[in-house]
Design a protein around this ligand. Structure first.
Ligand code: NAD
Length: 271
């Protein structure tokens, strides 16, 4: 396989597409400094998903052993504070402005697609910078860098980590003043906006799968669904994944360089 040829083919397909959907996973944000969960060195090698990945497990850990989580929590905040949209996110923003890309479906919770300029972003696992009231369910979007700065300041002032001090780190609900939680999907919780995501995949004539291992359902089914509906599937991932069976084009590169090269090739086709 010749990667340069695959990039040219991908650019050609995208330049002629009527409706493109991008389906993105943790890999697209890896070059923004946010590690994936399952790759070597990822979070699941350090933490037990049963203790932090489910709502009950997290509540139990925060109640009985909050000290165990705080170093991880602070490291996570610092990572997200330093993250910026990388060339792959920016390329998707550019593809939307070119009129080629309509929708981004993402498993990421980092807000970087929105910051890169995409306007129709389906966040199936939620958004870490939106809070949801645990009482009335109302939600509010927060400014990513500001809330991290405020939270890190509060964390450093905490003398003793308890469930109460940790819950007080997030602003209360604007409507009913009850405590809030990050509006992210934990294991065992309902994935968000699934009908919208599948509808977008079904209506697409090109699906671009970037940086996703294809092991987290239902998002992992999107390329198969798009293919069954007649779409071409372009996969960008340095590692082969579950989508080989349906991919028309496979680009074995990191997302940033691959997407920059695709954008340049589309520009050459359009001029
Ligand atoms: P995953 O961790 O299962 O797989 C990541 C995939 O990205 C792998 O296939 C890997 O080969 C690929 N990858 C690694 N570096 C890459 C790069 N530079 N360019 C392109 N691809 C690269 O991720 P997943 O399948 O997306 O699922 C993990 C879950 O964890 C998701 O549900 C997501 O909600 C959550 N998560 C989110 C973030 C984030 O918001 N940035 C980060 C980690 C995990």
């Amino acid at each position: 396989m010749n990667t340069e040829m695959e990039i040219k083919k991908a650019a050609n397909i995208l330049a002629n597409a009527k409706r493109t959907v991008a389906s993105c996973g943790a890999g697209i944000s890896a070059e923004s400094g946010i590690a994936t969960f399952r790759d070597p060195g990822g979070v699941w090698e350090k933490l037990n998903p049963a203790e932090v990945g489910t709502a009950d497990g997290l509540l139990s850990t925060l109640t009985n052993n909050p000290h165990k989580l705080m170093p991880f929590f602070i490291e996570l905040l610092e990572t997200f504070q330093n993250a910026e949209p990388n060339p792959a996110h920016l390329a998707l923003g550019e593809l939307e402005r070119m009129g080629i890309l309509q929708t981004v479906i993402t498993q990421n919770i980092d807000n970087l697609h929105i910051e890169a300029g995409n306007t129709d972003v389906i966040e199936v696992h939620g958004n870490g910078f939106r809070i949801r009231c645990i009482s009335c369910g109302g939600s509010e979007r927060l400014q990513r860098k500001q809330i991290i700065k405020d939270t890190l300041k509060k964390v450093r002032d905490i003398k003793e980590f308890t469930l109460e001090t940790i819950v007080s780190l997030l602003p209360p609900c604007r409507n009913c003043l009850a405590p809030t939680r990050p509006d992210v999907v934990m294991f065992g919780e309902m994935v968000k906006d699934v009908p919208q995501a599948f509808d977008a995949a079904r209506k697409s004539d090109v699906l671009l799968a970037i940086g996703t291992s294809g092991t987290v359902y239902p998002a992992a089914h999107l390329p198969f669904h798009a293919k069954e509906s007649g779409a071409k599937v372009i996969v960008v991932n340095p590692n082969e994944n579950a989508f080989s069976a349906v991919s028309d084009i496979y680009i074995p590169m990191k997302a940033g360089a691959a997407m920059e090269e695709i954008i340049q090739a589309i520009r050459r086709l359009m001029h």
